[in-house]
Every structure is written in structure tokens, then in C-alpha cells.
Design a binder for this molecule. Structure first.
Ligand code: B12
Length: 215
């Protein structure tokens, strides 16, 4: 039964229909469907399809924008549910999160933040288009244990390296750990830039954060 709902969710993103995406999310909550599963198996496949079609010149920027709006309408309903389900209440550590300078993709980064806080981390989200130095200044200010850096564009990935370097310049490495993620990012890229780890998705990010902080 959830399969049919997941298919409607995918279609709502493809159609760029925030209203339908919001309604379908509410329906998922009513029907007791796991909110992360609704995101990952319902809405995200729609975004992947839109991304592919955009890449192939079959969809255009307005389609991408509307797909993003539909996804945000869905996460506005589902992310609070994920947070509610967070059982752990002790703080596992402080995580500073942001998308690198020049990059305004926020959906994946925000989802990672939601999952981390549902697990028991204190999450400080710096938002998108964050200057490299700002990661370091803030990490010092809040006493972050871990910095998570998101990049969705091949052109902005290099900014993750700049963040690692800024943290080093501020004398925060290796005490403050760094994890990176985003669609074009890989394990080998993480190693190459001297980050401590790479997370493929929000669940992997939680596992990685726990292991980096020895939890
Ligand atoms: C929605 C979207 C947009 C929306 C973003 C809306 C928003 N508020 O975030 C808008 C319309 C703004 C947009 C703009 C652009 N976009 Co865009 N966009 C997408 C799209 C379709 C989906 C991204 C998304 O939200 N995915 C869903 C989330 C859940 O997945 P995710 O982001 O990958 O995050 C997961 C993991 O990567 C990981 N993760 C993410 N961050 C982190 C961080 C850490 C620390 C860890 C551990 C893990 C982690 O966990 C997340 C959760 O599971 C992708 C296609 C794609 N398949 O990725 C293109 C895509 C990323 N965009 C692309 C492009 C080209 C652009 C533009 C340059 C288009 C243009 N000509 O203007 C602009 C760039 C603007 C800018 N300066 O940033 C290209 C990038 C190509 C490339 N190789 O660089 C893609 C791949 C589309 C394509 N196939 O061509 N985009």
C-alpha cells in the first residue's frame, strides 16, 4: 500500500506540486509510515528523475526550482515527525553543519541535520552559501566536535577542502572532526582533502558522526 503512496510522492516532485507533496506527507503521517522512508523512497526518487532530465536538457531550471519547492513542502511536514521520533535525549556531541560557499542546495544538508538531532546530537545549521572562514570561526565559538560540509555541485566541492584548511589554520584540527557529503562527493574525495569521513546519505551521516566521536 505504501508503494502506491510512494509513487504519488515521486510524481508530486516531478510535477513540481508543493501542495500535493504536503498533502501526501500528511497522509503518510496519518497512516503511520516512517517519515524518513517517505522521504527516501517517495520523494527523493522524484528529485533524482528531475535531476537526470535536467541534465539531459529535457527539463529546465523552473522545473528544478519547482521540484525543490515540492521537496521542501514535504520535508516541512516530515522532518518534525523525524525529530519527534528521536528517542535519545542525551547530547552525543555538537555538530556544525552547512553548505559551502557558492552552493544553495539545502534539502540534503537539512535532512542530515534533522537525523543527527533526532539521534541526540546538538546541531547548529549555518545554512547555505557559507564562507569557508565562517565554518572555522563558528566551530570555535560553539565548541563544535564535528563539522559537516555539504556540496551538491562539482564546482563547489573544492570548497570542502577550503573548509578543512580553514579549520586547520584556526588550530582546530585534528580535534574537530570533519565529514563531507553531497551528490558528487565520494569517499576518495574525502580522503584526498583530508576530511575524516564521507556519508552517502542521512543514515550514513549519523553512523559516521557516531563513529568519529566514538559513540
Ligand atoms: C533540487 C535541486 C536544486 C534546487 C535546490 C533547492 C534547495 N532549496 O535546496 C535549485 C533549483 C535551487 C537548484 C539550483 C541549481 N542546481 Co540543482 N539540483 C537539485 C536536485 C534536482 C536535487 C537535489 C536534492 O535536494 N536532492 C535530495 C537530497 C535528499 O539529496 P542530497 O542533496 O544528495 O543529500 C543527501 C546526500 O547527498 C547526503 N548529504 C548531503 N549533504 C551532506 C552533508 C554531509 C556532511 C553528509 C555526511 C552527507 C550529506 O545526505 C543527504 C540526505 O540523504 C539535484 C539532482 C540530484 N540528483 O542531486 C540538482 C543538481 C545538484 N543541480 C545541478 C545544477 C547544475 C544546479 C544549478 C547550477 C542550475 C542552474 N543552471 O542554475 C543551480 C545551482 C545553484 C547554486 N549556486 O547552488 C546539478 C549539478 C551538476 C554538477 N555535477 O555539478 C544537479 C546534479 C542536476 C543535474 N543532474 O544536472 N538545484
Amino acid at each position: 500500500m505504501s508503494e502506491a503512496l510512494f509513487e504519488l510522492m515521486k510524481q508530486a516532485v516531478i510535477d513540481g506540486d508543493p501542495e500535493a507533496a504536503g498533502e501526501l506527507s500528511k497522509r503518510a503521517v496519518r497512516e503511520g509510515i516512517n517519515p524518513l522512508e517517505a522521504i527516501n523512497r517517495g520523494f527523493v526518487p522524484g528529485l533524482h528523475l528531475v535531476g537526470e532530465q535536467f541534465d539531459q536538457g529535457e527539463m529546465f531550471l523552473p522545473d528544478l526550482v519547482l521540484a525543490g519547492e515540492a521537496m521542501k513542502a514535504a520535508t516541512a511536514v516530515l522532518e518534525p515527525e523525524i525529530r519527534k521520533s528521536g528517542a535519545a535525549r542525551q547530547t552525543l556531541g555538537t555538530v556544525l553543519l552547512g553548505t559551502v560557499k557558492g552552493d544553495i542546495h539545502e534539502i540534503g544538508k537539512t535532512l542530515v541535520g534533522t537525523m543527527l538531532s533526532a539521534t541526540g546530537f546538538e546541531v547548529i545549521d549555518l545554512g547555505v552559501d557559507v564562507p569557508f572562514e565562517h565554518f572555522a570561526v563558528k566551530a570555535k565559538e560553539v565548541g563544535a566536535d564535528l563539522v559537516g560540509v555539504s556540496a551538491l555541485l562539482t564546482t563547489t566541492m573544492a570548497g570542502q577542502k577550503d573548509v578543512v584548511e580553514a579549520l586547520t589554520r584556526h588550530g582546530l584540527r585534528p580535534r574537530v572532526k570533519v565529514m563531507v557529503g553531497g551528490a558528487p562527493v565520494t569517499e576518495s574525495w574525502a580522503r584526498e582533502i583530508g576530511a575524516d569521513g564521507y556519508g552517502r546519505d542521512a543514515l550514513a551521516a549519523v553512523a559516521l558522526a557516531k563513529s568519529l566521536l566514538g559513540k
